[in-house]
Design a protein around this ligand. Structure first.
Ligand code: GLU
Length: 322
């Protein structure tokens, strides 16, 4: 089977070293398997999308030495490759879920959910577990409330566990109902949620290997539920650890971290930047200068450990020292 990998940047913030490392590893996973590589821009979060950032991100990834066979700037048979241009596809998927009774309208506000939820918060910054307030509203009540406000749509999570084998983290078992509860697949303003859009797109684009940051590991169980509900075949997943500072905290300015664009503007050599990303992944010695192409042979996601990659102090400064 032809391997198809992808990177799916959101043009809401500049590419940082952590995102760049994830991009490099997803590219290496696809290319080392002789596969195709796709670029998809996840720009559904309108107000947060920054004009011009998409072009910059793609430009910086190319500067680093990555290439793609399909994407918003090169086209391809599975396009369009910008989520904002794919809204009818998400609407059709939502309609299919509705017809199957797999989703229900939810009229709760964020504040109501926070107040109603006694359970501990879900993973990451996803807020409290949804307590199921609107799960079994009588039809008459749904009609009455629909006349007042547009609902969000939530997926009715079945009881039980979702298990999958992650290429980096191994066997994962999640109990979605206990972790996040019924989750939103379409917001009240009609914008599809990330969980739905990513499933629709990865399936429609024939993606076979999803390599992304392990902050999204808990999302995968939810996405597998959507694949099943939509009758779609899921890809394989590999979640790579994030890059942290020596203090174990997420990369920030105080670690000397700079965005890819800042490094380029400061005159960094892309081979040295790739070398640092490779060294952070145990693929090259510290201080190496390499092209992504030179790392393809013998690459395996299994070589990437589950521990966060630690950016050594001074490593970024060394890239831009004259
Ligand atoms: N657009 C997401 C992000 O930039 C990535 C989603 C994914 O890879 O599934 O965090």
């Amino acid at each position: 089977m032809l391997i198809r990998g992808r990177f799916a940047p959101s043009p809401t913030g500049p590419l940082h070293l952590g995102n760049a490392r994830t991009a490099l590893l997803s590219w290496l996973a696809a290319r080392s398997a002789g596969g195709a590589y796709l670029m998809r821009v996840e720009d559904l979060d309108g107000p947060r999308v920054r004009p011009g950032l998409e072009a910059r991100i793609l430009d910086e990834l190319r500067w680093l030495g990555l290439d793609w066979d399909e994407g918003p700037d090169v086209g391809g048979p599975a396009g369009p490759y910008r989520q904002s241009e794919r809204l009818p596809r998400y609407a059709a998927a939502l309609e299919a879920l509705r017809a199957a009774g797999a989703v229900y309208p939810c009229f709760c506000s964020r504040a109501e959910i926070a107040a109603a939820s006694q359970a501990p918060h879900g993973p990451g910054d996803e807020g409290p577990r949804y307590p199921g307030t609107c799960r079994d509203l009588p039809a008459a009540e749904v009609a009455r409330r629909s006349a007042e406000r547009r609902p969000a749509w939530r997926f009715r999570v079945p009881e039980g566990t979702v298990a999958f084998d992650d290429a980096v983290h191994g066997r994962r078992v999640h109990e979605v109902l206990a972790e996040t509860g019924d989750f939103v697949v379409a917001r009240a303003d009609g914008i599809p949620a990330y969980q739905l859009a990513v499933v629709v797109d990865d399936a429609a684009m024939g993606v076979t290997e999803v390599v992304r940051g392990d902050d999204l590991l808990p999302s995968t169980a939810r996405q597998l539920l959507l694949y099943a509900a939509l009758g779609l075949a899921p890809p394989r997943f590999g979640h790579v650890p994030l890059v942290v500072g020596e203090d174990g905290a997420r990369l920030a300015k105080r670690h000397g971290a700079r965005s890819l664009g800042e490094l380029r503007d400061a005159g960094a050599d892309p081979a040295a930047v790739t070398g640092l990303l490779a060294a952070l992944s145990g693929l090259a010695p510290a201080g190496a200068r390499v092209t992504p192409r030179a790392l393809v042979s013998g690459f395996s996601l299994g070589k990437i450990g589950t521990a966060p990659a630690v950016l050594p102090a001074g490593a970024v400064e060394a890239l831009v020292r004259p």
